[in-house]
Design a protein around this ligand. Structure first.
Ligand code: ADP
Ligand code: GLC
Length: 480
């Protein structure tokens, strides 16, 4: 049998562009698939500042009557996988990936419809076209739709099955219907069983209705999104697709996130010898300008690295913060997002400069140092499709305190590898933190928690195998 290949499409991938976990996934899944014998190519925009890659093709791409000569840069990923960066400066050479000042660019439908068309056109021109197309989140939601409409009779891509993965149902790509012709969709798509969504249309819905399988990034989240509480208006549609809806937990890049070889840590450490963690704690305290004396090193240090949005449970923290700052603990926080949450943390740091330190911004090295140096990691999300930071934390012997939702519930065992909030309330947050502090004061109990987390296997290979099973099921149903 010919070697199988998969074309992945999405809006961010490490090491080229990142705002959140999608980038980690699209940077690590292609190499993991490649290791399993698949040819894996991920297509994303060539945003401002990306210099990697060499031009492998140039041709005009048309999306909704908008035509631009487009250069395609190819850059290698690990293990023989590839990234292809779509270069259309008018659409992608901008200050932000999605927008400026927390507002998305108004031509977002065009930016990502163009990406989807460009990815498919690029694939159609390869010597070996993809066996499977795997689209991620609303930005690539039109890929499955195009395969079923524009490309239904295409000489090369006809019949190519697509898989659609939901990384976050809260981002739905909903736009006014007058965009439809400008993204190559006919009015027949403006129907309740197609892309229409409460009087507008949703690019996410396109992926959900037309993906041969729909996957999401944890089992628990796959169940949750079929309920009104977590479905964001899509629960009915997802229940209708339940037979083809699969939860596959993300892995983590265990080379990039490994305390035994992390270049951002002052001293490497591992489950066999945790002594270097104390150096990491001193380093992160110093980097934040906090005291790093004996008393500070003995005091529990709680870390957070997060997009500052409602999803991540900042409302709970806002309600509990005064109470929490009365405890003998310190906080190191890194994140960027909604101004009100940035202000909340800045104000807390101003009130408690000796024990609350905040860095607003995106900083990869600091993220690693927090994971390495904190004792506990706080992630009280309202919903969490998978969540990667709790897994990074466990790998670094940093005990996660998490909400019992989605991938957090699937990865953290309460009282064993971390602490799970019993409810989404400030009281439950306090209760979980109290239990963590009690354990922290008992060195043997704490060590057991750390080691339980460090010994878990979150490698990508397991997850990639699950994706391959889905690809194979999709291929088994194909008649060309
Ligand atoms: P989400 O994708 O919802 O933001 P995840 O936990 O899946 O949540 O992934 C978040 C990823 O983004 C992690 O790799 C985390 O370390 C990283 N990250 C988030 N905010 C920052 C930041 N301000 N600086 C550096 N890394 C960040
Ligand atoms: C989304 C989710 C997060 C998940 C990530 C990667 O951003 O919010 O929970 O880990 O995608 O799948």
């Amino acid at each position: 049998m010919a070697r199988r290949s998969v074309l992945l499409v999405g809006s961010e991938a490490q090491p080229f562009a990142k705002t959140g976990g999608l980038a980690d996934v699209l940077g690590a899944l292609p190499p993991a698939l490649q290791r399993l014998g698949w040819d894996a190519t991920v297509v994303l925009p060539r945003y401002r500042g990306v210099t990697a890659g060499t031009v492998v093709d140039t041709f005009p791409v048309t999306s909704g009557g908008f035509t631009r000569d487009t250069r395609f840069y190819e850059a290698p990923l690990a293990d023989g996988a590839r990234a292809v960066l779509v270069d259309c400066p008018e659409l992608y050479d901008r200050a932000g990936i999605y927008g400026a000042d927390s507002t998305d660019y108004p031509d977002s439908p065009r930016r990502f419809a163009f990406l989807s068309r460009a990815a498919l056109e690029f694939a159609a021109r390869r010597e070996t076209p993809p066996s499977i197309v795997h689209a991620h989140d609303w930005q690539a939601g039109l890929v499955p739709v195009y395969l079923r409409t524009l490309y239904a009779a295409h000489p090369v891509l006809r019949g190519t099955p697509s898989i659609f993965t939901i990384h976050n149902l809260a981002y739905q790509g909903v736009y006014e219907s007058d965009w439809l012709p400008r993204v190559d969709l006919g009015w027949d798509q403006f129907a309740p069983d197609r892309l229409e969504f409460y009087g507008r249309f949703s690019m996410l819905k396109g992926g959900i209705v037309d993906g041969r399988f729909v996957t999401t990034v944890s089992r628990r989240y796959a169940e949750e999104i079929q309920t009104p509480a977590f479905g964001f208006g899509f629960d009915g549609i997802l229940r209708a697709r339940r037979a083809d809806l699969v939860g596959i937990l993300n892995g983590i890049d265990d080379v990039e996130w490994d305390p035994a070889r992390d270049p951002f840590l002052p001293t490497r450490f591992s489950a066999a010898d945790l002594s270097g963690k104390r150096d990491a704690k001193a380093a992160v305290l110093q980097r934040y300008g906090l005291a790093a004396d004996e008393a500070a090193l003995a005091r529990p240090l709680v870390g957070m690295v997060s997009r500052m949005v409602d999803q991540k449970g900042f409302d709970l923290i806002a309600a509990a913060l005064d109470d929490l700052t009365r405890l003998d603990i310190a906080f190191v926080v890194l994140g960027t997002g909604e101004p009100r949450y940035q202000d909340m943390w800045r104000a807390a740091a101003a009130r408690h400069p000796d024990r609350v330190a905040v860095r607003i911004g995106f900083d990869e090295s600091l993220a690693h140092q927090i994971e390495g140096g904190a004792d506990m990691f706080l992630m009280p999300s309202r919903f969490e499709p998978c969540g990667l930071n709790q897994m990074y934390s466990m790998r670094y012997g940093t005990v996660p305190i998490v909400a019992g939702v989605g991938g957090l519930a699937d990865t953290v065992a309460d009282g064993v590898s971390g602490f799970v909030l019993a409810a989404h309330t400030p009281a439950a947050l306090r209760e979980a933190l109290d239990r963590a502090l009690a354990a922290f004061s008992d060195p043997a109990a704490w060590r057991a928690l750390q080691l339980a987390g460090m010994r878990q296997d979150f490698s990508w290979d397991r997850s990639a195998r699950e994706y391959v099973k889905i690809y194979e099921r999709a291929l088994a149903g194909v008649r060309r």
